[in-house]
Design a protein. Sequence first.
Lengths: 174, 540, 137, 967, 113, 94
Amino acid sequence: MKRWLPSPLLSIGLLLTWLVLNQSSEPAHWLLGAALGVVAPLLARPLLPHGHARLRRPRALLRLLWLSAIEIIRSSVNVGQLILLRKPEAVNSQFIRVPLDLRSPHGLALLSCLINSTPGTVWVDLLPESHELLLHVFDLNDEAWWIDTIKTSYEGPIIEVFEGAGPTPEGEEA
Amino acid sequence: MSALPWMQHLIVVPVLLPLLVGALLIPVNQNRHGLKFATSAVSGVLLWLLSLALLQMADGEHWPDGVGVYLASNWAAPFGIALVVDRLSALMLVLTSTIALAVLVFGARRWDRVGVHFHSLFQFLLMGLNGAFLTNDLFNLFVFFEVMLAASYGLVLHGYNLRRIQAGMQYVAVNLVASLLFLIGVALIYGATGTLNIADLTQRVAALGPQDTYLLRIGASVLALAFLTKGAMWPLGFWLPTTYAAASPPVAAMMVLMTKVGIYALLRVWLAVFGDEAGELQGFGLAALTAGGMATLLFGAVGMLASQDGGRMAGYGAIISSGTLLAVLGHSGSAVLASGLYYLIGSTLAMAAFMLLIELTERIRPPGAALLAITMEAFAIEDKPEDPVGVGIPGTLAFLGLSFVACALVISGMPPMAGFVAKFSLFHALLAMPGRVPATTWLLIALMLLAGLAAIIALMRLGVRTFWASGAVTPPRLQLSEALPVGALVGLCVVLTLQAGTVFDYLSRTVDGLARSGPASERVLGEPPVARPAVGEASR
Amino acid sequence: MSVAMLPWWAAVPVAVLLVLGGLITLVGTLGLLRLKTFYQRIHGPAIAISMGAGCILVASMVYFTAAQSRLVIHELLIGAFVLMTAPVVAMLLMRAALYRDLRGRAAARPALAQPPVGELGTETDEQRTDAAGGGGR
Amino acid sequence: MLLAALVLVPFLGSLLAAVMPADARNRESWLAIAVAAGGLLVAGSLYPAVAAGQVLREELAWLPAQGLYFVLRVDGLAWVFTMLVLAIGLLVVLYARYYMSAADPVPRFFAFLLAFMGSMLGVVLSGNLVQLVLFWELTSLTSFLLIGYWHHRADARRGARMAFTVTASGGLCLLAGVLVLGNIVGSYDLDVVLAAGERIRADELYLPALVLIALGALTKSAQFPFHFWLPHAMAAPTPVSSYLHSATMVKAGVFLLVRLWPALSGTPEWTWIIGGAGVCTLLIGAFIAIFQHDLKGLLAYSTISHLGLITTLIGIGTPLAIVAAIFHILNHATFKASLFMAAGIIDHETGTRDMRVLSGLRHALPVTATLAIVASAAMAGVPLLNGFLSKEMFFAETLLVGGDTNWWMSYAALAMGVFGVAYSLRFISIFFGAPAEALPRSPHEPPRWMRFPVELLVLTCLVVGILPGLSIEPVLHLAAVATLGAAMPDYDLAVWHGFNVPLLMSTLALGGGVLLYGLLRRYLQLQERDTVPLVHRLNGAQIYESTMLRLTRGAGWLLTHLGTLRLQPQLLLLVLALLAVPVLLAGAPPAWSDAPRQGFDPLFAVVWLIGGGCAIGAAWMAKYHRLAAVALVGGTGIVTAATFLWLSAPDLALTQLMVETVTTVLILLGLRWLPPRIEAGTDAPARMAWLRRSRDLVVATAAGLGMAALTYAVLVHPASDTIADFFLQNALTGGGGSNVVNVLLVDFRSFDTLGEITVLAIVALTVYALLRRFRPAPESVLIPAQQRYDVDPASTQTPAEQANSGYLLVAGIYLRLLLPFMGVVAVYFFMRGHNLPGGGFVAGLIFSVAILVQYMLAGTLWVESHLQLRPHRWLGFGLVLACATGLGAWVFGHPFLTTHTAHVDWPLVGELHLPSAFVFDLGVFVVVVGTTMLMLVALAHQSLRAHRLPGDEAARAAPPASGRRTI
Amino acid sequence: MELTLSIAVGVMFGSGVWLILRPRSFQLITGLLLMSYAVNLFIFAMGRLWVAQPPITPTPAVDPALFADPVPQGLVLTAIVIGFATTALYLVMIIGARGLTGSDHVDGEEPRE
Amino acid sequence: MTTTTLLAGAIWFALGCVVLGMLFCALRLAIGPTAQDRVLALDTLWMCTMLLALVLGIHHDSLIYFEAALLIALLGFVSTVALAKFLMRGEVIE
Ligand code: NA
Ligand code: NA
């Protein structure tokens, strides 16, 4: 099964993509979509060294996404206000470093997606030795608050989603 | 449903065969020279036979009016793309495949190995050339021009060195801009007339409104600029000598054909669109062509005199021949066309042979001798006359010398070779025009004679330096595969001279067909597509 | 004008979302134009990408669903793809800028080959036009 | 056939001789002798007919359409010349058998000689003027080869070139003249032309025709001012000189003048041009001849002088003068041939031709000396020898010129006679005096058969000189009648005409010549002086050489001013042509009263404010800020894509977007190898640069305005009836697709698409081939500075490490996850293309970009170790697939590329249509992928090479392994 | 809209012409790119301007006057692709020339002035 | 006010905002000053074009515009990434 369908989630995603793209639910499209869902990951597999992500807690993921969505809207309004109302010189943009415990590449990817999608913060780099996240914050008031928010609101849930409760890193070679 | 007679398919084969062969050779490993050459050569031979067959068909009773039409994709002209074989295009196909065969054999032992994918590029070049000769659609002509040019870019840079890449930069840049002009021209013609098919244009031109006529004039002039850049008209052809001199000999020989394509295209479009059906547009722009042709002729002559190395001379020789053709065509149109075409055949064959020959003769001369020889001649420095004891010329040198003389005679238009016949018949045709001979005719004749003189002086200088003043001790090493094509091309020039009457008969039939643009265009537009299975069924 | 006649329940949200999306986009790009350093500027488009695009995508979904009387949700794909590609762009661009600045500064002041990062964010880099070095490439 | 054989056999003999072995001297000689003797027999057999006044003609159609027939025609004149050419030829061949050294490549010699003989016969026998020109030029060519026979000698090469240049140019003038003549008469046939004398002389083109023909004849006959080539032609082996400069080559010119006498003569122009040249030549030639030291040089100038004499006679143009001219042509041929041969014997025997060295040869070469003395006497015009007779006639004719009041012609003739005697004495002097010492070889009498030709010729001189009426009269009459026809005068060929003025002149000339010679020897150191008095500055050869040099230099100068080797001027000219030519040709535009169809859209205007701004910005930045220029061009591209979208061309928008992306990546890949701009030297004149820039700015602005105006003119002008309607109406029914653009590409105009994907394949192969030989600039060989910056952790990592665990880890997760989605999207765009925007091109580009992203992410090595892409195969397969799809139509009896649709009924899925256009489009897809991958990957591979290249340098630049980072 | 597009074509063409007259190979290739954009738009304009009338025919029987002209679009598509290919070729040529000649001048050598 | 005029107004407004946004991007693209600024501006220009396509789709009540937007969403980032990588590493494909 794993040999022919390395990641059912991905395959389903592809099938759905196909159906949505064609805006059709004809049997032919289901068939073709399914075929693509099987073939595309197989063809792409040699180029995926980290394998596919496995979601341990899908529900935690949904909750995380919901919270992030709210955060995105809030930050958007903030940034918009700053751009429009504050003098650019008065905006306190800073780099900050956030020590991370998250190791899973997929988890890190999700984290970066959430951080970057949230206006006002940009993921810069992951410092290799210290495993710290270098972050750029548009308007920094309180560095500790940022570090804390990221660790609790984002990193924690992500670790939960991908690694379950346990600390074992996931995502070796598929 | 009625099937297309299989003979009819032959029209498209000159495009398809090289395409398929070229494509099949792409994945073949670079080390398998033998296989690549063999495949390429088989294709060359087949193309040659095929072009002869098409010539036969076009000249015979096979098609009414000697015009064979092939509707690619089975859509009637002007909607689909029509390929048209008439005597002229068949002639160009024969010329192309002949030279191609010679070049292939010539390149067999050495040149196809100095870079990769020689044979694929070569086949694609043939495809482009053949397609350009066959197509009756302006945009398709552009596409085949691009096929031809792209392949020629590759071939000019084949096994590139400093000189080739410098020349290539010029060649490619100028032709890229010229291609843009081509597009502008074609687009404007479409914008003005609403069609791309040449035969359709022929029929539409006379009925255009003043605005569309104006746009058509502009479009046609821009298009002509593109053709003339390829045909190396002064002042658009400065890239040519540099490129010829830098390209490897087999490529340079093929390049000779390519300048002719520009002129062919111009001829095709002009005879059809601005021919006898064009109303007030008949003969549009020909005066400018004459002037440009004369300037080109003069420029070629000057360049010939000023050049020292064979490659450049050949380049200016090609410019002279372009200039001659353009000037006479502009001057008298179809009245001199038969002679012009004869000239075209002769000069192309000789120039191609010359291109190959130059490389062989360069083996005679020890490197560095050239410069010394030039100074010596220029300042008339005499070395002491030695004892009157001759130097034996072994067979190779005799062969090379004879071929050189033959080529030089054809290129310069000196008797008794084809070049002279061509020039004489051009003169005769120019002078035989009704009415008093205008001064421009005399000027044109004088220019052609002067250019011939310049050519023969320059070529003699080169020949003397190469064969007589080289101080060569050992005769150059020559392989049969290198001598054979040169000999064959020179032999063809001789045959062309001896059989001038026969050739002219064919050419006058060709011109008869071309001069009346009406019937030919009706043939193209009237060719019915093969009946499809029911229309509805196909679309279901 | 080929806009279809929509019922009120669809037209109003679409209109609002469009206006909102347009405004946010405008503000985001204004940020790009107005802010003083690159590190600040990168935050401007972020709102356009996240919120502006989001609003317009939703508007599009609602509009076509209502206009065609069937569920049209293929805009979701756009949203998903943007979510997956925008972070890559931001990360790479930010990191490129950072190391370019570090390198530029190291070249300008060889003694300070490895300056602390914290110093970077506040500095305006307007003065340093990148003529020859990387920018000229 | 007989006449044709007469001309052809020498050429066949030439070919035969050419392929004979080098050491077969006897065989070749016999061949040549047989050819000449056979020719003589044939020609001789024609005598009865010719003598009876018949004109023999043979015709062969060559270019009937152009009125060009191969006509061989023998009348008296032609017959006499034929005999002359063949007879002297026979003797020369015999002589050459002994003259040529065993080391000389004799086959070549005889081959050239026979070819020359054939050409000469062709000139003489031509009954068509164009054909005459043809053979005329052939004599130039073959004589060029003969003169340059000893081509290892520079003087031979130079002499050959000079002779050829002069005579061939003359030949071209002759051709022009013949064309004019043909234009006047309406035929090139000799008989017709000769019969049309009145018409020709009355025509307004008479003078040009005369001048052009005279140029041909005068150059060939070495007449002043073209005489200079002849002495230099003496570098040829002596048999060649003996043949060319007595009976053949130089005689062709005077032959032609005699030949055309009926058509052209009888006008003052004729007399002035021909006679004037003749008089100048006879005086100058004779005078210079006296001061030569080289035996052959003396003979050469004497030849010039005698030809001047003949030309003068022709110029005088009275019937009697023509008789005299023909007579002297024959006489000169005999004595001059024998003299050249004698000179050759002397050269051969003594090893030198220098008259300063030679003396007293009568002791060693008594027979030769006698022969040479007799021949010289004939040359000097001593009575009882043939030269005397014709010279006497010449004197008589000169007296008639200008009536009783004008004597200048007679003085000139007398002077020439005096000089002639003087140089003849000079020639003879080598046989007298003390035997020379220190000769390179000690002389002996030559072999019997080498001397025989000389003996025979000298005998002829004597016989003709003593018994002209019996010997030469009939022959001369034959030639003269053929020329003069009804104008044939009465004349009397006798040795003694009583005491008259010509005899007095002859006597004066003889006496004066002896006196002059004596004086010159005594007072002008004739034996030693190096220069010719009075006229030594008049060095034709030097003028020729410097003319040629100036010609070459002038041509070079012109070339640099008329042309250019640089690219920028060429492009400028192209743009200027684009601006000027259409405007000039199209004339004034007609009234243009149409209004725009679409209203003004401010948003669209703003969009193009962006696009235009980006374009101008790119133009501004491209010199020093390449990356900025790339970005700005990208901006223009995006706006273009948006425009396509806006204006109902979704397919174009999609393609433009993808091409934009790929182009950007491509240019960046290329920029890696384009090191920072090297600043040009500051010494470049800034003013010039400014001028240039202003000029270019004007040109660019004009081009932009022109294009804008043209576009606007079309846009506001309603389209005429276009072929587009057909496509719109038939796409769905006939092409089976609703996306008309796609149906155009894969059905209506699929032939274009086939060509287009071929272009892609060609370019990919070319790029690949170029990169195989790519050598980077030294400045860019090193790893880029960015990668050597040791603060960056990536500087110590391989690309694969960067992607799998380094800074690209997080980005890599996305990019790798996106790969299958990109594939699916590619399939989507491919599948829908026939009905909706999309198709093989776009799909191919999407697929390529998907792969490309992986290359960008993990580097070439990693990707290729995990995924084998073989772009070459893709290319080949795609092209073959597209072709094969097209060829499939043949099976159904349809033309190439006709589309067919297969209808497949599948369970569950239902009926599926598989149009062949779909397979064709698949071919397009495959080729696009192959092309893009081959080009980009080939470029990317260069980085690998560079990483290997710098070796220790890179190692030095790389930081120590770890731990020096502060972040 | 007609005016805007005309000016757009003109500006791009003019910028391209300016660039191809410059001496540096990168300027030349940029100029060629801009010129081919301009020419593509020009060809496109030959079908006149149509807003929201893409040549996609929903039914067999259509009124051609209601659709944009597909022919120029087909031509432009071909021209875009060929232009892309030739740009790639020229790019590789200029880096090849830069490597061999040591100069980025279009003539492969700095002009002698 | 009908729904059509309401929608039309909103669409015009959105189009205006997007086009103006594009103009801002283009200005940043032109003035730089650093290379990364230009790259960022270019990327934003891509995004704005995507939004333009979407709004135009609504404007013309047509799904034809969707594909262009999809393509930009999926692949618009590639040239930006290439540029960024070029800035950071000096070459696009290592
Ligand atoms: Na963010
Ligand atoms: Na007198």
